[in-house]
Design a binder for this molecule. Structure first.
Ligand SMILES: CC(C)(COP(=O)(O)OP(=O)(O)OC[C@H]1O[C@@H](n2cnc3c(N)ncnc32)[C@H](O)[C@@H]1OP(=O)(O)O)[C@@H](O)C(=O)NCCC(=O)NCCS
Length: 157
């Protein structure tokens, strides 16, 4: 069966062109109660500004931003961010895994996670880390993908 969505790595220029669509995905996840740095009062302008800021950061730190899109537009995103310190050239972080509520439960999170792992390898990273809310769907996604839990931090967010 043909996959109904497409996975794409964005360069900083593409990311800026996609900032408004990504803002809608971020806002939908926040409206759905996701713990992804922002509070419920996040505005559209702030969300667009966040993605333009990520594009600036990508220019400097070489992070990869990967999107999932279907016929109606962008439905998901994830980032792979190199640790960026001299003693951790092998490590990166998987961050801001977001799938719009209209597209959940179809394997898009799993596809983005696999694409993030491929991107990590392409960046020469041999260790990826992430944090996620305990008991959330994210935890299921990551443990289902073979990720190993290393601990629980109370009151993290
Ligand atoms: C976490 C998230 C990215 C998953 O995206 P998704 O595209 O729905 O995930 P998938 O369809 O690939 O499913 C991945 C796993 O989660 C499970 N899952 C998906 N939606 C679920 C739900 N509502 N309830 C329980 N499990 C669910 C799937 O069954 C699958 O597990 P399985 O392999 O055991 O069947 C999405 O729910 C999301 O964006 N949440 C808000 C942001 C967030 O919490 N991000 C993660 C932390 S940074």
């Amino acid at each position: 069966m043909t996959q109904a969505f497409q996975i794409t790595r964005l360069n900083p220029t593409d990311l800026r062109l996609t900032a408004e669509a990504l803002a809608l995905v971020l806002m939908d996840c926040v409206a759905g109660g996701a713990s992804v740095s922002f509070m419920a009062d996040l505005t559209y302008e702030e969300a667009v500004g966040f993605w333009n800021h990520v594009a600036d950061l990508a220019q400097d730190d070489g992070r990869m931003v990967i999107t999932a899109s279907d016929a109606l537009g962008v439905i998901g995103v994830v980032q792979v961010i190199p640790a960026g310190v001299p003693n951790q050239p092998h490590r990166g972080e998987v961050a801001k895994m977001l799938v719009h509520r209209r597209a959940r439960g179809q394997g898009i999170g799993q596809a983005l996670l696999a694409a993030a792992e491929d991107a990590g390898r392409a960046l020469g990273l041999t260790l990826l880390t992430l944090d996620t809310a305990q008991g959330g769907v994210g935890e299921r996604l990551y443990s289902g993908g073979g990720w190993v839990r290393v601990g629980v931090i109370p009151d993290y967010a």
